[in-house]
Design a protein around this ligand. Structure first.
Ligand SMILES: [Zn+2]
Length: 435
């Protein structure tokens, strides 16, 4: 996808922090350490550039993009993607849809008793059977959207006990979204120190510049018209019960985060939302966005039980940590991950069980990082101010002629970042330098 959009960001190098995925202290077999090999604060990124970054193991949190260093982290994070065009729901996924459809159609018996959330003890139903979830791809989409009102392909005209709506909107800050996030963080992550600005930084702000999606088929009114960052809103009877943060990119829907009202925990909304995101990717593909075939579910972490559910959506693939080729999770990756802390799928002999060294100094630029001379001389830099949107040509200069480059620490950071981005992407990014 040729893009006229300028991509610009500030490079950072290796950073160490504590791992968010470890087992509790005492049950750990490894030092608790997460290492990123490179980072980029995205000032503006084209969706095409960001697509290629996540294909090399990057991920974003707000405008902060980072690439985990799998060899040096206790719980290596592998990029996982699911082929949405070949997805068929498992028996338990079909059950989940059926159960949700039944709740929307018939309620759970708590209605009219003054409760606002779903009742914890569902009553046996006496109403006619709701839509059955089929296993064929077409059945899957039909059953998934059977009880939605006026949403992405939802065509329900039947009268249901509850009104269920799913809508997609460009990411934006509202009080309603913040309240849901705050509720989720407090109850699920026991995180009491939430702020509106923190929420905005983490889940609203995005470096991605929107661009029109070229559907080859007829224009689909109910599908997104632009690549970019979105919020998918789930409402029951008008009340916001969950929200997915999504990036829509040239070859995928990328799931960034998901928050839900803990009162709805028993409905497994996280798993239902993944099914809706698969459906979104598939519909966009069928509408003529031909390259858009995948759902990226973020990172797969073998050592983290909570993250394993991501592997339940089939067929799924993990990106190799060294050459970034994709390998089938069940056949190739899982057997290696069960044997090794660090698994390399393209060259299994490179897999390792070596202990991570959490004392290793990663920030002192002692070991030279090998980056091709020709590439170095073509890297571009620019100094502020950077006004948004950055469409007009900026004054750029070779990065090797900046003051930043002469500082060995800064240079080390840039080199690590460039190595993580790879040659092609590095050539397309303008590196923001502040001195
Ligand atoms: Zn860990």
């Amino acid at each position: 996808m040729p893009s006229s959009i300028i991509s610009i960001g500030q490079a950072t190098g290796p950073r160490r922090s504590s791992c968010g995925y470890c087992s509790p202290p005492g049950e750990r077999s490894q030092a608790d350490t997460f290492v990123q090999s490179g980072g980029l604060v995205g000032i503006q990124l084209s969706c095409d550039v960001y697509q290629r970054m996540i294909d090399r193991g990057w991920r974003r949190s707000g405008t902060w993009c980072y690439k985990p260093w799998l060899e040096k982290s206790c719980c290596p994070q592998y990029t996982i993607r699911l082929d949405a065009t070949a997805f068929a729901p498992s028996k338990s996924q079909r059950k989940l849809i059926t159960r949700w459809n039944r709740y929307v159609t018939e309620g759970d018996g708590s209605e009219g008793r003054g409760t606002s959330g779903p009742n914890q003890s569902a009553q046996p139903s006496k109403v006619a059977k709701p839509t059955k979830s089929g296993s064929s791809p077409a059945d899957f989409l039909t059953s998934l959207h059977a009880v939605e009102k006026n949403s992405l392909g939802g065509s329900s005209s039947a009268s249901t006990k509850h009104i269920f709506e799913v809508t997609l909107e460009p990411s934006s800050l509202t009080q309603e979204k913040y309240d849901l996030y705050d509720l989720y963080q407090k109850n699920i992550h026991k995180d009491k120190e939430n702020t509106v600005s923190g929420f905005k930084r983490f889940l609203v702000t995005s470096p991605l510049a929107s661009e029109p999606i070229a559907y080859s088929g007829s224009r689909k009114e109910h599908l997104p018209q632009e690549y970019g960052s979105y919020h998918q809103m789930y409402r029951v009877d008008g009340k916001l019960i969950a929200m997915g943060v999504l990036d829509i990119l040239p070859s995928c829907v990328s799931s960034v985060y998901f928050v839900y009202d803990p009162a709805w925990e028993k409905h497994s909304l996280g798993k239902l939302s993944a099914l809706r995101e698969i459906a979104l990717a598939r519909k966009m593909h069928e509408a003529g966005a031909k390259d858009l075939k995948y759902l990226y579910m973020g990172f797969y972490i073998q050592s983290c039980q909570k993250m394993r559910y991501k592997g339940d959506y089939q067929p799924s693939f993990l990106a190799d940590p060294e050459d970034y080729t994709w390998h089938p999770l069940d056949i190739v990756c899982r057997p290696l991950l069960e044997k090794h802390r660090y698994a390399c799928f393209s060259a299994p002999e490179r897999s390792s069980n070596a202990e991570v060294d959490d004392d290793e100094d990663l920030e002192t630029p002692s070991t030279p990082i090998e980056v091709d001379e020709a590439l170095l001389s073509s890297l571009q830099a620019a100094t502020p101010p950077f006004r948004s949107p950055l469409r007009s040509p900026l004054t750029v200069l070779p990065i090797t002629r900046t003051k930043t480059w002469r500082d060995p620490y800064e240079r080390g950071d840039i080199l690590h970042c460039v190595k993580g981005l790879g040659e092609e992407v590095s050539r397309e990014i303008i590196f923001a330098v502040y001195v």
